[in-house]
Design a protein around this ligand. Structure first.
Ligand code: HEM
Length: 174
């Protein structure tokens, strides 16, 4: 039986299946859980492309928040009391940890779930995750240029989907 507090992982034929928490929350039946396939190739694409973004992390983070506030102005008030210089560093550090942690997904997703619970308290809603995902892919495209191939984009969209679903699902709604 699946423990709803532990992300479920199966390794089969080089494919990692993550049973990420569905957007509806932890209270759902285990049969509702989504299996999100991610190939080892996708994992490597994300890890190698992130290595190219890390040296320009400051610029990338500034581009990211600029884009986020442009495409979804409703996100800006959430950061009204935030030290943005500090926030940019924290965001890039956590993405780096998650990207490196793709080799140990169960531990990483436990940390990400805690991050998701805190985001519920920050006033972040499910809809905001779509805006953040778009701003993130846009930022990676700007940072990587031609190296942001369709395969790299798909790999990042997959990873972001796993992170976002885990964060959304960890918010206690009861
Ligand atoms: C994968 C997605 C996301 C990641 C990795 C992420 C990462 C982080 C990190 C590391 C922090 C620092 C504070 C903490 O650890 O609790 C933070 C704070 C915050 N995030 Fe996110 N975040 C994500 C999604 C979002 C979304 C969708 C929003 C909505 C616009 C958002 C808004 C905020 C706000 C308002 C804070 C609090 C800032 C403060 O302390 O004043 N985040 N985020």
């Amino acid at each position: 039986m699946l423990c709803p507090l532990t992300p479920f992982i199966k390794l089969m034929n080089g494919i990692t299946f993550l049973a990420a928490v569905p957007a509806g929350g932890w209270h759902r039946q285990s049969s509702d859980w989504m299996a999100i396939p991610m190939t080892n190739e996708q994992k490597e694409l994300v890890q190698t492309s992130w290595q190219k973004v890390e040296p320009i992390a400051d610029t990338a983070a500034s581009l990211f928040y600029g884009r986020l506030f442009e495409i979804d102005p409703s996100t800006q008030p959430l950061f009204s009391k935030t030290d943005m210089a500090d926030q940019k560093k924290k965001l890039m550090q956590v993405i780096g940890i998650a990207v490196r942690g793709l080799d140990r997904v169960d531990e990483t997703l436990a940390v990400v779930a805690e991050l998701g619970k805190r985001h519920g308290a920050y006033g972040v809603t499910d809809r905001h995750y779509d805006s953040v995902g778009s701003a993130l892919l846009w930022t990676l495209e700007k940072g990587l240029g031609d190296q942001f191939t369709p395969d790299v984009k798909d790999a990042w969209a997959t990873v972001y989907g796993i992170l976002a679903n885990t964060m959304k699902g960890a918010v206690v709604t009861a």
